[in-house]
Ligand binder design. Sequence first.
Ligand code: HEC
Length: 163
Amino acid sequence: MQKMRTFVGLFVGLFFGLTALEVLAHGDVTPHPVDTSSLPSLGKEWVLPNPYRGNEKAVAVGAIGYLHNCAGCHGLNAESGGVAPDLLLVTKDCLGMASMDQQSSCLKDTDDYYKDIVLHGKKNGEGRFLMPAYESVFTQEAVWAIKAYTDSRAKEDLAKKAK
Ligand code: HEC
């Protein structure tokens, strides 16, 4: 039985290892659209701050969008494996501020920053994309749902630490 378990463990490990390698090797980072049809529509003009923050439905939709688009680099469950920056840090910094006013204005800044990076991606000095641009496939609903998800993950981590 022990042997069997080791075998299964090895197999599962191999599978995830290869999947991770594939992401690194082929860079399957093609942006995938996010189905946000269950969320209130936000219109054409960008809304700031993120109107979906704290909205459970948006968090769930964002979690799926995150998994399909961001997890390969920023880590499963938004736990950074070191390939790309930890997306929870900036939100955690904001939530650590003393007054609600400070927190709100800090979170609004992170929304603005996040949106710009997600829409335009990131290039290195030679102009090679380190992170793809999602402008052509993401609606603002998709961007804000994913941000609602990472913000909620940050909150969850802080709550765990406080226990
Ligand atoms: C191909 C890998 C890759 C994918 C896919 C990717 N990113 Fe990134 N992302 C990076 C890298 C690398 C950086 C850091 C770039 C730099 O150092 O300039 C980054 C930076 C960021 C930053 C700035 C972080 C900071 O602390 O300054 C945000 C926000 C971000 N990514 C969000 C996302 C979101 C949301 C998604 C999914 C929609 C995503 N990324 C998909 C690789 C990726």
